[in-house]
Design a protein around this ligand. Structure first.
Ligand SMILES: [Zn+2]
Length: 340
């Protein structure tokens, strides 16, 4: 049954709603279908099942997020931190897992604010080891050499049992990073988390990549499809010419319309499969998370300003999505009433 419900959770979190002249239209379902064809089962179901199988209480999980670069998104965007916070909360409540969040230092304030609004308090390492409902927040340095060293350091220090990325960009074949509109970014401007996910895969540690464009870690699984589907897939606007598709893979790719929604879909499937409705945040918590994220400096990626939007979709849309996800979970856990 969870697999059938996951089918519809996947569809809900893959509703594309775009403004005119913005990101390319009509790509969400194509990326999703390619990801399904490659992997088989519904993606949110698959990710939730792998997490349940891989994790036990007390295990560490590293969650990476943080997208956007100065000057337009100086402290990052609202897509990513909220999804990371939702998953940290779900894994804490549902599985007793210990979340560690990493990202560019410039994006950490909004990320930490989102976590705390979700009820996952950022603490020091001593307290992290002593209690639940807390997380560690660790800045991930910019550039390739520091990124590679940090990957090894994090794996040795925390021995995570899963690494999850939410809206975390991976490099193209040239080594350059790209916005979905094909604008090139040097690896020196971003946290090269791909070293961490590559290392985790080498060590047979579960990796889950959640993304909405094809340039995020995980989409390397369907590299050729992204090159074919995305407007700047075959060729970027920067001199490298490699296109926006990333080569970075994950064990599970969750393709979605908005990266946060893919994470919410996984949280919903965890709630269903663990039979605990509380594992998915409620609408009030969702509102608090978005409000806190923006107050701490994050901006909407479309409007590039501190407004209550995520990828150009309003706060009301986030609430509607959470409402429907909760109803799917509630009905999935309820019996048909008896007729007398
Ligand atoms: Zn390029």
């Amino acid at each position: 049954m969870p697999e059938i419900i996951g089918e519809y959770v996947d569809r809900l979190v893959n509703l594309e709603m775009r403004v005119q002249g913005g990101l390319p239209r009509g790509v969400t379902h194509k990326l999703y279908e390619a990801a399904r064809k490659k992997q088989g089962p519904p993606l949110t179901f698959l990710a939730a099942q792998k997490l349940i199988d891989a994790l036990k209480p007390g295990d560490n999980v590293i969650i990476a997020t943080g997208a956007g670069v100065p000057p337009w998104l100086p402290k990052g965007e609202t897509d990513g931190p909220l999804g990371a916070a939702s998953l940290a909360r779900a894994l804490d409540i549902g599985l007793g897992v210990k979340p560690i969040v990493v990202g560019e230092e410039r994006t950490m304030a909004p990320t930490e604010a989102s976590f705390e609004a979700a009820g996952v308090t950022i603490v020091d390492e001593k307290m992290f080891n002593e209690r639940s409902h807390v997380a560690l927040a660790i800045p991930y340095p910019l550039g390739e050499s520091a990124g590679e060293a940090t990957a090894h350091e994090l794996m040795e220090r925390f021995k995570p049992k899963a690494v999850i990325t939410v809206e975390k960009h991976g490099p193209s074949a040239s080594g350059m990073y790209h916005s979905i509109m094909g604008v090139g970014r040097s690896p020196d401007l971003v946290a090269n988390v791909k070293f961490l996910t590559d290392l985790a895969q080498e060590q047979d540690i579960l990796t889950i990549g959640i993304g909405d464009g094809g340039n995020e870690i995980g989409f390397g699984l369907i590299y050729d499809d992204v090159r074919r589907i995305q407007a700047y897939g075959p060729k970027c606007q920067c001199p490298c010419g490699a296109g926006v598709a990333t080569v970075s893979k994950a064990d599970v790719l969750v393709a979605t319309a908005v990266s946060n929604w893919g994470a919410y879909g996984i949280s919903a499937m965890l709630a269903l499969m663990l039979e605990n409705r509380r594992v998915l945040q409620d609408t009030e918590t969702e509102y608090r998370m978005l409000d806190a994220c923006i107050r701490a400096g994050a901006m909407d990626g479309l409007y590039t300003s501190q407004v209550m939007y995520v990828d150009g979709t309003s706060s009301a849309v986030q609430a509607a999505l959470i409402t429907i996800l909760h109803h799917i979970v509630d009905n999935g856990l309820s019996q048909q009433p008896r007729h007398w």
